[in-house]
Write a protein that binds this ligand. Structure first.
Ligand code: ATP
Ligand code: MG
Length: 246
């Protein structure tokens, strides 16, 4: 593998009965970059995150984090090695306060953990919500809190599964600003996102998945112009492109 890859996925397969959710996926997430993953519904994006983070342990192939094989390790072991993630559906603990929702990621009685949590809440304008129950937050606020919880462990690699879906534009901007800021400080991201504007703006490198396979890879402009991608993802062919105004 190239030394620059923080995450490398090699020929990963995952079947669910007759469904080939992943059919030989090979890709690399470069260290210090923001890599995007797009693809139609059901193309295997979330499944890949489940496999890479150790939650789904039914795949074959190889996965390397910082050069070390991680396929088959438990989620907690992978987390300890510096990979953290968000989920496609929000996982804020409804009965815990916002502050507690962050502190579950560390040793609760540690003062440094508490200070880090408060610092993160302050950064996104949620400090005044510290004592509010998770269930009393708006959906967008819950997504943001979930994202902050991921940051508590200061991971080297963060996987985001459509983190801004259903989030209002203001909080969405806060989230993406935070991603940009952290990336500037060296954190590597691997992001599933349907919003092409965000992908174009944020990602150095984009993978396109379709039916469990990588069908294109490159910078956004390259990927967007790929005929297979247009057909599979945007539902149109090169011949139709001339008729579009966008
Ligand atoms: N636990 C599971 N059991 C059975 N089939 C599954 C399971 N998880 C995923 N699949 C199937 O695998 C395929 C890929 O699903 P996946 O959720 O990875 O897609 P996705 O690209 O994340 O889609 P979306 O954009 O809708 O989130 C789908 O056909 C899905 O129905
Ligand atoms: Mg998904």
């Amino acid at each position: 593998m190239t030394a620059a890859a923080l995450l490398e996925v090699r020929d990963v397969h995952r079947d669910f009965g007759g469904v080939h959710a992943l059919s030989g996926v090979t890709l690399q997430v470069a260290r210090g970059r923001i890599t995007g993953m797009i693809g139609p519904n059901g193309s295997g994006k979330t499944t890949l995150f489940q496999v890479v983070s150790g939650i789904d342990r039914g795949a074959t192939g190889q996965v390397f984090l910082d050069g070390e094989p991680i396929l088959g390790l438990r989620p907690s072991q992978i987390y300890q090695r510096g990979l953290a993630r968000t989920f496609q559906l929000s996982r804020v603990f409804p009965q815990l306060t916002v502050l507690e929702n962050l502190m579950v990621a560390g040793h609760r009685h540690d003062r440094a953990v508490r200070e880090r949590a408060i610092g993160l809440l302050e950064k996104v304008g949620l400090r005044e919500y510290s004592a509010v129950a998770g269930s009393d937050l708006s959906y967008g606020q819950q997504r943001l809190v979930e994202f902050l919880r991921v940051l508590m462990s200061d991971p080297a690699l963060i996987l985001l599964d459509e983190p801004a879906a259903g989030v209002n534009p203001t909080l969405r901007n806060t989230l993406w600003d935070m991603v940009r800021h952290l990336n500037g400080q060296g954190t590597t991201f691997f992001v599933i996102e349907h919003d092409m504007g965000v992908i174009a703006d944020l990602c150095d490198d984009v993978y396109v998945l379709s039916e469990g396979q990588v069908i294109a890879h490159g910078d956004f402009e390259t990927v967007r112009g790929n005929d297979t991608v247009l057909a599979a993802y945007f539902g149109k062919t090169a011949a139709h492109r001339g008729t579009e105004n966008d």
